[in-house]
Write a protein that binds this ligand. Structure first.
Ligand code: KIV
Length: 265
């Protein structure tokens, strides 16, 4: 089966549907996503928190994203694959950014890269697009700027912040982004951006008017049990299911019920 392309992804909202994306970091979950109706996978730098146990995404490296992207690419053949550009991999210079984006495509097997920021990264985006690398933008609550934002706070609440975000969104579209993630902004602002742009917006904590939605897989499956922000809907409680399965296993091993004859050679 052929992977969903950037063109096909952009067509989805034009046909009246929504782009559905999740994060994924390994082959086991990638196989499950492949079997589902989800359109796209983001190998997000959220892997810093979800997989590596850090408080922030800042420590994640290009090598980390490539490692996880390769695992995901081996596990699925249908979903569109986007690799996140981690902190420090695109801010220093256009050349370094280009080198890292090329590595994500060549070594990680992704079809596109995602990076955070607006007008200040527009030239970098344009350079990548010029050489044939599709770029997904990311505005609003941009986790790589956590220290500048003073924590993970909803962005774009004031009129001037909203206007800046609209300018940033336009700059990213003009630079050639094929889609744009809007994270942690008021629903009304996300609706305005979506209305203004020709490229699709993909929301997370940005209300119902975006052209698509992305969630961190472990969060929406209920595996990250203590994490309950307002924007998150849990579609399963796999954390509770996992603990209960582990306890059942421990009980049977200790009680001499497992392994039994049926599970022995
Ligand atoms: O790294 C990530 O998972 C992301 C999404 C939350 C958009 O950037």
């Amino acid at each position: 089966m052929k992977r969903i392309t950037t063109t096909q992804l952009r067509e989805i909202p034009k046909k009246g549907s929504k782009i559905v994306m999740v994060t994924c970091y390994d082959a086991t979950f990638a196989r499950l996503v492949d079997e589902s109706n989800v359109d796209a996978i983001l190998i997000g730098d959220s892997l810093g928190a979800v997989i590596q146990g850090h408080d922030y995404t800042l420590p994640v490296t290009v090598d980390d994203v490539i490692y996880h992207a390769r695992a995901v690419a081996r596990g699925c053949s249908r979903p569109h694959l986007v690799g996140d550009m981690p902190f420090g991999s695109y801010q220093i210079s256009k050349e370094i950014a280009l080198q890292n984006a090329i590595r994500l495509l060549k070594e990680g097997g992704v079809q596109a890269v995602k990076l955070e920021g607006g007008e200040p990264v527009a030239e970098t985006v344009a350079r990548m697009v010029e050489v044939g690398i599709p770029v997904m933008g990311h505005l609003g609550l941009t986790p790589q700027s956590v220290h500048q934002m003073g924590g993970y706070k909803i962005q774009g609440r004031t009129q001037s912040a909203g206007e800046r975000l609209l300018r940033d969104a336009k700059a990213l579209q003009d630079a050639g982004c094929y889609s744009l993630v809007l994270e942690g902004i008021p629903a009304q602002l996300a609706a305005q951006v979506t209305e203004m742009l020709e490229i699709p917006t993909i929301g997370i904590g940005a209300g119902p008017s975006c052209d698509g939605q992305v969630l961190v897989l472990q969060d929406m499956l209920g595996l990250n049990m203590g994490f309950t922000p307002k924007f998150l809907k849990k579609y399963a409680e796999l954390g509770e299911t996992t603990i209960s399965a582990l306890n059942h296993y421990a009980e049977e091993v200790r009680g001499g019920l497992f392994p039994d004859a049926e599970h022995s050679h």
